[in-house]
Design a protein around this ligand. Structure first.
Ligand code: PLP
Length: 395
């Protein structure tokens, strides 16, 4: 056992008995490199974070510059820090006018927590509607929203007044009433294996929320930043949320989350009580500088325009009798195999063959593909060939 491996198991909290356990010493562009010099294609972008690849030179430059100017100064919301104001200006410029105000957080889960508090505070209502097989983070509030009893049961009591419904089902519509503070959903459900909302359903959901004065929250923490073929997934469904959750790729590889809303709505976190949400490190200047640099690269290199072509190529190449079903939406795929066991074997074989991939929390029989948006046509051919070879090798 290498020393690092020993230390990892001895001193770091484990989240399972079977971590992937690669010892990576460098990550650059679409690849990660382990201690033995083996090169891996990052087929999941570090879980939808490295949308423009790892350690882009522009991001490194922004981090260095900001670290030299200043790092942490004070808790969020007190000083004027240009990395925050400039990134907020850039984000709002690329969103509907109603989403003109950003609250930067440390993580996706904290964005979820902040949004739930905002919805309760602004509406003075108690009830929250969420969906089965949804994932919004692992803190107590976010976990209470999680639509899966296996993962939440041991942590009860959770938040009260949360009601779960099936995604894409009309049952939810009758449940939205004058007691409902908010309805929260992933614009595209990720951990259930890339489930896309029906356009008609999500529009009716929007209308029902508007009619009842209920806030509609879209979680694009995993879907955001071009992955689905548009900058924001909700653009494809002609609906705008009242609150938008961002994270993962938002920080360009640094930790950053955000909840966004209309300025008037967001204002309610500043009185009754004052300091409605407090965070020490939320909107860290180095994270904001990194995120803004990554966002600018995403736009200037126009990676989003090629997503549909690349998606098509993946689907064409991934033909094999063992693949039962492919769900896909942009550069985001779920490959279903006959069982969770079979999928695990294929994942391990892919990793052996130099491809980092994983499964989905609520769809363990599905293999995850969410490559950096910078993936080339040649790389798509190569990674698909490795997946097919890995399937063959375990058969
Ligand atoms: N929401 C979605 C859809 C996610 O996929 C995740 C993380 O995987 C979160 C929220 C929570 O983000 P974080 O892990 O940064 O707390």
């Amino acid at each position: 056992m290498s020393t690092q491996r020993q230390l990892f198991f001895q001193h770091l909290a484990q989240t399972s008995f079977s971590p992937i356990g690669l010892e990576i010493v460098k990550a650059k562009g679409n690849y990660q490199y382990d201690i033995n010099g083996k090169k891996y294609f990052d087929l999941i972008s570090g879980f939808n974070v490295a949308n423009i690849g790892h350690s882009h030179p522009a991001v490194i430059e922004a981090v260095k510059k900001q670290a030299e100017d200043y790092m942490h100064l004070i808790v969020y919301g007190e000083f004027i820090q240009s990395p925050q104001t400039l990134y907020a200006q850039l984000l709002t410029k690329h969103l509907p006018a109603s989403l003109d105000c950003v609250y930067f957080t440390n993580s996706g889960a904290e964005a979820t927590e902040g949004a739930l508090k905002l919805a309760k505070r602004a509406t003075t209502r108690t009830n929250i509607i969420a969906f089965n097989k949804s994932y919004h983070g692992s803190t107590q509030g976010a976990l209470s929203l999680m639509g899966d009893e296996f993962y939440r049961n041991s942590f009860r009591p959770l938040l009260p007044c949360i009601y779960h419904f099936n995604y894409n089902s009309d049952d939810v519509l009758d449940a939205i009433n004058e007691d409902t503070a908010c309805v929260i959903l992933e614009t595209v459900q990720a951990e259930s294996g890339i489930i896309v909302p029906e356009k008609k359903w999500i529009k009716v959901l929007r209308d029902k929320c508007t009619e009842q004065g209920t806030l509609l929250i879209f979680d694009e923490i995993q879907a955001g930043f071009g992955r689905t073929g548009t900058l924001w997934a909700f653009e494809q469904f002609d609906v705008t949320p009242d609150i938008l959750l961002l994270g993962k790729a938002l920080g360009g590889g640094m930790p950053l989350g955000a909840f966004m809303a209309n300025k008037n709505l967001m204002q309610s976190l500043s009185f009754n009580p004052v300091l409605g949400h407090i965070t020490t490190f939320g909107g860290h200047p180095v994270s904001c500088a990194a995120g803004k640099a990554a966002f600018e690269i995403l736009l200037s290199e126009n990676y989003i325009k090629d997503i549909a072509e690349k998606e098509k190529l993946f689907v064409e190449k991934l033909r094999h009798s063992s693949i039962k079903k492919i769900n896909h939406f942009g550069l985001w795929f779920s490959l279903q195999f006959k069982s969770a066991e079979a999928t695990q074997k294929i994942i391990h074989q892919c990793i052996k063959n130099g491809l980092i991939t994983d499964w989905f929390l609520f769809a363990p029989d599905c293999l995850r593909i969410a490559p950096p948006l910078t993936i080339t046509e040649g790389e798509i051919n190569t990674v698909c060939a490795i997946i097919l070879k890995s399937i063959e090798e375990i058969n």
